[in-house]
Design a protein around this ligand. Structure first.
Ligand code: ZN
Length: 463
């Protein structure tokens, strides 16, 4: 098995990934706050962690990937006030849009996608534990984490105390004991969402949400915590402070998550994306303006730079992604009538090795180009193996060239890919991963295949 190495923000070096439990790898990535359409920067995070999950699934028998939905937040309240829609309508709509848009980019649904609002009891319990251990205090309807109570604070981002205070952009608040202290709970007024708590009617701060959801669904510690680089400080620093201090592990920053993986920023034609510049690229618009397979092109473009480097979104990377996508589609077309060698279960070794080296996608795409070149030159007898390798490799990369599959689905030839998906669905159901099972059913339905579950197993037919 190839050894996976990942750059760990906490240790500031590439570490060999050693799962806490090799039989069950567990990871968490901060999901979206749902009040608007996802932009290309949000999508980069989703695609990068989807790729990491696919890679982990190739290497380990069981992976649980949790990525949350933040459905209580001041930005959501503001969006509701502005639009006149209810908070519930806003969050339901944008959570659904987010999932649909990410699906178009080949992002598989997380195994668990918890909602912040269904974890309030656990958040309150965590805050109570922090207060009891002297790491937090109640003041003026708020509960606050007291940063000086945790000397290791700042260990993830490496920020000095002055930078912490400046970066936290704290409002001058008389109830804070220290300017770096951050909110765990705050009061809600009449029209704001709220819950009863020991500190009065109110709502959680954003950071405590992830601490509660990650612990609920993965247990502590877990293997990998991910997110965009912009979340390192203060969000991830605060998650570590809350979770380590609540569990009495003040000395060990890895007592929450062993590894911290962060993806880089996205700029648009050399500029920072911002509303004021009017250059925010929304995934929803990009998909709506192009044919269905364009989601795959966006995915390839998002993965064209190494995930830790900044990615500049411009016509050139999209053009290159389109060319690579066309090459894959052509290769699959030449193999249309070739059966898949079912004994080949592995993706291409060189592509896998590139991904195992801290998700080196630029190198993986070069190696994928070699596979596509081999297909052009291959003898007939070698093609079934090459086709199987190519399909396994594309599946690892999360690429599904729609046109070719549609043609295959319409032919009476090779049905291996349907069987493979059905087998994966059966396994997903056994693992109680119903989100993935449903997703496979939808994926097949989109290609005109219906599934009927019978006592002797699932049967499929074309409609
Ligand atoms: Zn988070």
């Amino acid at each position: 098995m190839a050894a996976l190495q990942l750059y760990n923000t906490l240790s500031r070096k590439k570490d060999i990934f050693t799962p806490l439990d090799p039989a069950h790898v567990r990871l968490y990535a901060c999901g979206p706050t749902v009040y608007n359409y996802a932009h290309i920067g949000n999508a980069r995070m989703a695609v990068v962690f989807d790729l990491l999950v696919r890679l982990l699934r190739t290497l380990y028998p069981k992976v649980t990937y949790v990525s949350n939905i933040t459905d209580v937040d001041d930005k959501i309240i503001a969006a509701a006030r502005e639009s006149g829609a209810s908070i519930d309508e806003i969050t339901k709509k944008y959570a659904q849009v987010y999932n649909e848009d990410m699906k178009a980019l080949g992002v598989a649904a997380p195994d668990i996608q918890p909602l912040a609002t269904t974890h309030i009891t656990h958040m309150i319990a965590l805050i109570e534990a922090l207060i009891e251990k002297g790491h937090a205090y109640a003041a003026d309807g708020h509960a606050l984490f007291h940063v000086p109570s945790f000397p290791a604070y700042g260990g993830l981002s490496g920020r000095s105390r002055d930078e912490q205070i400046a970066g936290a952009r704290v409002e001058v608040a008389s109830y804070k004991k220290d300017p770096a202290d951050f909110v765990l709970w705050k009061p809600s007024s009449g029209d704001e969402p709220g819950w009863d708590s020991p500190w009065g009617y109110g709502r959680p701060g954003w950071h405590i949400e992830c601490s509660a959801m990650a612990q609920t669904h993965l247990g502590l510690p877990f293997d990998i915590h991910g997110g965009g680089a912009d979340l390192k400080f203060p969000h991830h620093e605060n998650e570590i402070a809350q979770s380590c201090c609540a569990s009495g592990a003040e000395e060990d920053l890895s007592a929450f998550a062993k590894m911290w993986v962060h993806n880089g920023f996205v700029t648009v034609e050399g500029e920072k994306m911002s509303k004021s510049l009017g250059n925010v690229v929304l995934v929803h618009d990009e998909i709506a303006q192009h044919k269905a397979s364009y989601g795959q092109v966006i995915r390839l473009a998002l993965l064209s730079a190494h995930y830790r480097k900044p990615l500049d979104w411009n016509a050139q990377i999209l053009h290159q992604a389109e060319k690579l996508y066309e090459k894959m589609t052509r290769a699959l077309e030449t193999l249309k009538d070739v059966p898949v060698d079912e004994t080949v279960k592995e993706p291409d070794t060189a592509v896998l090795a590139a991904l195992c080296d801290d998700l080196n996608t630029p190198l993986a795409f070069t190696k994928l180009g070699d596979v596509l070149g081999d297909i052009r030159k291959a003898e007939d007898t070698a093609q079934p193996v090459l086709k199987a390798t190519l399909l396994n490799t594309l599946s690892l990369l999360g690429i599904t060239p729609e046109d070719s599959f549609a043609q295959e689905a319409g032919s009476n030839g090779d049905n291996g890919w349907i069987e493979a998906l059905l087998a994966e669905r059966t396994q997903a159901k056994t693992d109680r991963n119903f989100a993935r099972a449903d997703e496979i059913r939808d994926e097949l339905a989109a290609k005109g295949i219906t599934i009927e579950d019978t006592p002797s197993g699932p049967i499929w037919r074309r409609v």
